[in-house]
Design a protein around this ligand. Structure first.
Ligand code: FCB
Length: 439
């Protein structure tokens, strides 16, 4: 495996999942967590990893693991507790200090402007179903970049609009907990519009501006024509719908027709706004989908099946690094891509703290396999410039609460103590070796 000397090896987090609520306004996630039954262990992000008080030692942990990149998100309700009317100076100070400290340690910040914590006041006005929200997001984005763009070079507008739209508005497992395909598609459209409007309003050619999309390759579980059709349609909804919109300025026709009367309302200039030029694209990869045709299921008629030989994480994701390589190569064939970086990839495992140690050999294998996939894709000409593990540390895993551990660092929630897992030590050594061989 070889990587260039400026390759970014980092870890990722998001505001709601680690910060804790001190000093910020409420978001749609606070509301969602309040409703009984929504979160597996009944928890919420009120304390999370208490990062808002422990950020200094958390940055030390990153430095100790030789990370040269850190991907985090700004909490909109920390910067503007009511959704843009009034800014919160202490919120801005918090990120100022975090960013300055990262830079002092030689850790390049990768900032995400929206990782799902929409201010509750905007949620009350319809959230992403309201066509006004993308405009509010663009205003927010411009102000944040104006403040931090002197030190933060790499920006992503949204994290995984697919997941926020579909899991939040169709599956009901994420905020705001809705369950209709028409709302998922309208929310997704408004998020994408917000992305394009933000790129326009930020309007900075000197910065690296992009978006983070989740990717998942679909594989037919049998050679039947039906299974292949299911894979093609599943891929169209999960991947092409978003990549075509952002990189080609159109929704794929076959999928548009498949959604029939559920398609979103799209105004005339929307697609050209969504297609605003970007200089990078983050991709989040967790697993593949192995599928059969299901004529009873709504479009895209997909029925997921398990691979009997597969190895699965505690979140039931098949560990499949080949899918990352295949997907990166295929994206590079199908689209004219800006620089890519893997903004998230990682595994939830049943980590145990024993005598101050967490032994997680499977995560080491996972990291090794996925880093290799990236190196292989690079050899085939895919312009990948960085790799971020999800996550820096165990944290609040949305609907799963604190039941899923993804970190390179173990968090003991009873006392907020952090323990670098053996995977974190492995990654640190891997990075040091890379830097030695490329120096
Ligand atoms: C991604 C999210 C991230 C985290 C991982 C496990 O979909 O972007 O916040 O929850 O999944």
């Amino acid at each position: 495996m070889t990587f260039p000397s400026d390759f970014i090896f980092g870890a990722a987090t998001s505001a709601y999942q680690i910060e804790g609520a001190t000093g910020r306004g409420r978001s749609i996630w606070d509301r969602f967590c309040d409703q009984p039954g929504n979160i597996a262990d009944g928890s919420n992000g009120d304390v999370a990893c208490d990062h808002v008080h422990r950020w200094q030692s958390d940055v030390e942990l990153m430095a100790g693991m030789n990370l040269n990149g850190y991907r985090f998100s700004f909490a909109w309700p920390r910067l503007f507790p009511q959704g843009n009317q009034q800014s919160n100076a202490q919120g801005f100070d918090f990120y100022d200090q975090l960013i300055d400290t990262l830079l002092q340690k030689g850790i390049t910040p990768y900032a995400t402007l929206y990782h799902w914590d929409l201010p509750e006041s905007l949620g009350d006005q319809g959230g992403w179903l309201n066509r006004d929200t993308p405009y509010r997001f663009a205003e927010f984005a411009e102000q944040v970049v104006n403040r931090f763009g002197d030190r933060v070079q790499h920006w992503a507008t949204l994290n995984e609009p697919r997941c926020a739209a579909f899991v939040g508005h169709l599956e009901g497992r994420h905020a705001p907990g809705l369950k209709s395909i028409a709302s998922a598609l309208q929310a997704a459209h408004h998020m994408l519009l917000g992305h394009g409007l933000a790129i326009q309003s930020i309007n900075r050619k000197d910065l690296d501006l992009g978006i983070v999309l989740d990717i998942k390759p679909y594989y037919p579980s049998t050679a039947s024509a039906d299974a292949q059709k299911a894979a093609q349609q599943g891929d169209g909804v999960f991947n092409r719908w978003f990549f075509d919109a952002v990189l080609k300025g159109q929704y794929p026709e076959d999928i548009w027709l498949g959604f029939a009367e559920d398609v979103p309302e799209v105004l005339e200039s929307d697609m050209s706004i969504i297609n605003a030029p970007i200089s990078s694209l983050g991709v989040n990869y967790y697993t593949r989908s192995l599928v059969e045709w299901d004529g009873e299921a709504p479009f895209p008629n997909v029925k997921p099946v398990k691979n009997p030989q597969g190895r699965y994480t505690t979140m039931d994701c098949e560990i499949f690094p080949e899918g990352l390589e295949a997907m990166l190569v295929r994206l590079n064939e199908d689209y004219s891509l800006p620089n890519l970086y893997v903004a998230e990839t990682g595994a939830a495992l049943a980590d145990q703290l024993e005598n101050g140690q967490v032994h997680d050999p499977l995560r080491i294998q996972y990291l090794n396999g996925h880093l290799k996939a990236v190196a292989n894709a690079r050899k085939q000409g895919v312009p990948v410039t960085g790799y971020f593990n999800w996550s820096l540390m165990d944290n609040f895993e949305w609907g799963h609460g604190f039941t899923q551990r993804f970190g390179l660092v173990y968090v003991d929630y009873a006392n907020q103590k952090r323990y670098v897992k053996s995977s974190g030590r492995w990654f640190a050594e891997f990075i040091a070796e890379q830097q030695l061989t490329t120096a």
